[in-house]
Design a protein around this ligand. Structure first.
Ligand SMILES: [Zn+2]
Length: 218
């Protein structure tokens, strides 16, 4: 059986921006912020966060699949449009949207259902049973929960936080996986790599009792 490669998976030869592509921009408010030397409109989200640009190898020349890593731009695309992280088709149905969650390293137990914020895009009804069966991580991880979510809202980004060097000439990475909520002021040195959604109206589904309405949605 060929490996199931999720749409959001990263590849070893799709790389983030080089330091030489980044510059320091001083907008009207006088606070230096991270920017690209050659800016493009799609580089920033609605909250003004700068997103990592990724290199794309020519068709058919993708490197090794990195199953435990998501490509920032494909993750952002799926999270923004509620697209399935496996097949990139719409994952939203009239019954809700399915998210598959698990306990992340460092977490002290399962999060209460009304407190879940996630960077894992949803899964469509067609891909859900296949993923639960064929993804070795989901098969083996005991904390996996399949959640039916009535509503979700985009809530923040995470990525690499940079600080300005003392000579004000370049950006120096200072923190990985820093989270920035859309309810708080933006970090001027954030290079966003993942988009988050806050889940609302969450119910847990039995993994062997997925409602037929969800499975037939696509
Ligand atoms: Zn799918």
């Amino acid at each position: 059986m060929p490996a199931l490669v999720p749409y959001v998976a990263a590849y070893s030869n799709e790389l983030g921006p080089r330091e030489s592509e980044l510059c320091i921009e001083v907008p009207r408010n006088g606070v230096p912020r991270i920017a690209y030397v050659h800016p493009r409109p799609e580089d920033r989200d609605a909250h003004g966060n700068l997103w990592a640009r990724m290199t794309r190898p020519p068709e058919g020349e993708r490197g090794r699949v990195m199953f435990d890593c998501m490509d920032p731009l494909r993750q952002r695309e799926c999270m923004t449009g509620l697209l399935c992280q496996v097949c990139a088709q719409p994952a939203e149905t009239s019954a809700g949207t399915v998210f598959v969650e698990w306990q992340r390293p460092g977490e002290q137990g399962p999060k209460p259902l009304d407190r879940i914020t996630t960077d894992a895009p949803p899964v469509c009804g067609a891909c859900l049973p296949v993923s639960l069966r064929r993804c070795s991580f989901l098969r083996e991880e005991e904390s996996v929960r399949v959640l039916l979510v009535r509503k979700s809202v985009i809530s923040g980004v995470s990525g690499t936080l940079y600080r300005v060097s003392d000579d004000m000439k370049r950006w120096i990475p200072s923190e990985q996986d820093a989270y920035s909520s859309f309810n708080k002021p933006r970090y001027p040195g954030m290079l966003a790599q993942r988009l988050y959604r806050k889940l609302r109206g969450v119910t847990v589904l039995e993994t062997n009792g997925i409602p037929p309405a969800l499975l037939a949605a696509n």
